[in-house]
Design a protein around this ligand. Structure first.
Ligand SMILES: O=c1ccn([C@@H]2O[C@H](COP(=O)(O)O)[C@@H](O)[C@H]2O)c(=O)[nH]1
Length: 224
């Protein structure tokens, strides 16, 4: 069975991205490429990374008017991503059009509340609900809009899964016990995320900034 760990390859440097993927390829289930990588390397970079033979998760967090998001997703068809993110806050029509525009092999998942935000940050952007209540609300919206799943923190995935048993749950912001949090605010361990119902977990810096990324990926795998 393939690993539920997707490595977040957050670098603009294609050589470094290929080096990392080469090191950890036998101990991760997929490669997550985000804005930093895509802005620097575009389609070419994604196609190069696809040569590792692992599923590609394009974490572009699209958020615009429905027509623009749909056209952007059509432009990504050639890359055949296994997973693609959009922001749930783009609204129902945007989510519906995003799903309709995606290829049949692509899971479209909606980012609910970024794992770097806490209750104070939510208040700053005009959201008075706690993170958990906001995730619940946006989980319902994503399900109703026909998406495949959501992105949320490990603190909410259990409750989100109860609302949507058939959903696909992507959990970033995971940290091995005692690991450095960086800018992440709602974190759990990889094991806690899986026990709570994550379909896949996303791990970036705990692997990519480790002195030995393959060893770090193996150590995480061993806890699952
Ligand atoms: O809510 C979210 C959505 C996406 N991410 C992405 O996951 C990785 C996490 O990297 P770490 O180094 O393990 O913190 C990163 O690519 C984010 O863009 C997220 O963290 N939270």
């Amino acid at each position: 069975m393939s690993s539920p760990v997707y490595i977040a390859i957050d670098t603009p440097d294609l050589d470094r991205a290929q080096q990392l993927a080469g090191e950890v390829r036998h101990h991760v289930g997929g490669l997550k490429l985000g804005l930093e990588f895509f802005c620097a390397n575009g389609h070419h970079g994604v196609l190069e990374m696809a040569k590792f033979g692992l599923p590609i998760f394009l974490d572009l967090k699209l958020h615009d008017i429905p027509n623009t998001v749909a056209k952007a997703i059509q432009s990504l068809h050639v890359l055949e991503p296994a997973i693609l993110t959009v922001h749930a806050a783009g609204g129902r029509a945007m989510l519906e059009e995003a799903k309709a525009a995606a290829g049949s092999g692509t899971r479209v998942v909606a980012v609910t509340v970024l794992t770097s935000l806490d209750a104070g940050d939510l208040r700053d952007i005009g959201v008075s609900r706690e993170a958990t209540a906001q995730v619940e609300h946006l989980t319902d919206l994503a399900r109703e809009a026909g998406l495949d799943g959501i992105v949320c923190s490990g603190a909410e995935v259990g409750i989100a899964k109860k609302r949507w048993p058939g959903g696909y749950f992507v959990v970033p912001g995971v940290r091995p016990a005692g690991g450095r949090l960086g800018d992440q605010k709602r974190t759990v361990t990889p094991r806690q995320a899986m026990d709570a119902g994550a379909s896949v977990i996303v791990v970036g810096r705990p692997i990519t900034q480790a002195p030995n990324p393959d060893q770090a990926a193996r150590a995480i795998e061993a806890t699952l």
